[in-house]
Every structure is written in C-alpha cells, then in structure tokens.
Write a protein that binds this ligand. Structure first.
Ligand SMILES: [Zn+2]
Length: 235
C-alpha cells in the first residue's frame, strides 16, 4: 500500500479509536468536539450555513435535488474531510443531516415514503483505488440502515474521469460528461421501475447529477431525486 493510503487509513483508525473511547471529535475540524448537536465546536457551528437556493451562492438548484449546507466555511471543510481523510465522525454527521432532511420531508418531492433505491454517484475505478473509497458511496452506506432503504452501490459506474466542471457553459459541461457514466453490472434489471435517490457529497454545477439521472431514466427508472450534503455556486 502506498504511503498516502497508509496515512489516510492511519488517520481513519485514530479517529475511529477516539470515537470508540467516547472522545467527542468535532466533525468540522477534528479538534475536541463541542457540546452542540453532532459535536460541532463553536467555531464550526458558526461557520455552517444552511443552503437556501433563494439566498445561497447558486442561481437556483435543480428542481429535483436538495442540499443541506453551503459548500463554504464548515460545509466545505466537512466535505473535504469526508473526501480526503475518510473522517468517520464527519461522514456520520453528514449522513445524519441527510437522513433527517428526508424524514422531515425537506426533499423537493415532499415526503419520500420508501422504499427508494440509494444510488451513489460513482468514482472511476482508478480514482477509487487511489483514494481508497468513494465518499458518496460511504454516505449512501450510512443512510441505508437509517432509512431502511436498499443500497445500489454498483447501479452506476464511471467510465472515465472528467476535468473539474466548475468553469464553462452548461453545454460545455454536458459535452465533457457525455459517455462518462454507464449502467453497472446488473444493467437495467436493477433500475427498471425503481424510485432512485442519487447521493453525492457536493453538487457544484448539477451537471454530474443530471448526467447520472439521464442514464437511470433511460434505463427505465420510475423517478429520480438527488440529495447532496452541500451545494456550491452554479447549481
Ligand atoms: Zn470544529
């Protein structure tokens, strides 16, 4: 195993041990946690901004997606901790918030009575091997038992990597994503007639979610919703 993966897993092991020993760790910064909900320290709590499509950084989210926090301040830090450090307390905090928003009927479609199939936005095998995990899959894995819904980690697969999609027009982003996703090993069988909740850590332009939704709808999915922990501008 290369040195970078050893470091990631070492950090994950240390954080898991701290949690096992009931040391409260702040999911936002990894320091000793605060008394607030989920153990956020006071600084991180102050830096966590609820995402509101009306006043948030983007001109308006996709009508069928929902995000909880803005991808800045604590929100951005938590996504990076989940993505690069595989921090268990951070992943747990994000998943708990996502589950709560589903149960509180905050999703655009209103109450989501189960069962919906949880499908994480996939990483390419190369990226997943390099990182050691897919943070969207980890979130979906934590959500499934909380909601009692099925998990479909191999429903979609990423066929190739794409450059960062923050820049460029909508058309350019769509053309970059063309052919980037495909159906997983179970093909249309796993998708046909299912109601599917797409899971990602962050929505930036919305183009990735749109590309995944189009593959699933093309394969016969009955309905698609999208849920991310954070949203950045341009959604
Ligand atoms: Zn903190």
């Amino acid at each position: 195993m290369d040195r970078r993966l050893c470091r990631i897993w070492g950090r994950w092991l240390r954080q898991s041990l701290e949690e096992l020993l009931f040391v409260r760790v702040c999911p936002g910064c990894g320091t000793r946690g605060g008394p607030g909900e989920g153990g956020l320290c006071l600084l991180c709590k102050a830096g966590l901004h609820v995402y509101d499509a009306g006043s948030g950084p983007g001109p308006g989210r996709l009508p069928w997606t929902h995000a909880l926090w803005e991808y800045r301040g604590t929100g951005g830090r938590m996504v990076r901790r989940a993505k690069f450090a595989h921090a268990p307390c951070t992943l747990g905090f994000l998943a708990q918030g996502m589950a709560r928003s589903i149960k509180a009927s905050a999703m655009p479609c209103g109450p989501m009575r189960g069962p919906w199939l949880l499908v994480p936005v996939p990483l390419s095998p190369r990226k997943k091997r390099r990182r050691g995990f897919n943070q969207a899959e980890e979130l979906a894995r934590l959500l499934a038992p909380r909601l009692g819904w099925d998990l479909g980690p191999k429903t979609l697969r990423r066929l190739r990597d794409t450059p960062p999609l923050g820049q460029g027009t909508k058309k350019e982003r769509e053309s970059l994503l063309r052919g980037a996703f495909g159906l997983g090993a179970f093909g249309t069988w796993a998708v046909k007639g299912r109601r599917i909740l797409l899971i990602d850590d962050v929505i930036t332009t919305g183009a990735t979610m749109r590309a995944c939704a189009s593959i699933l709808l093309g394969a016969g999915a009955a309905r698609i919703q999208g849920l991310a922990a954070c949203a950045a501008g341009g959604v």
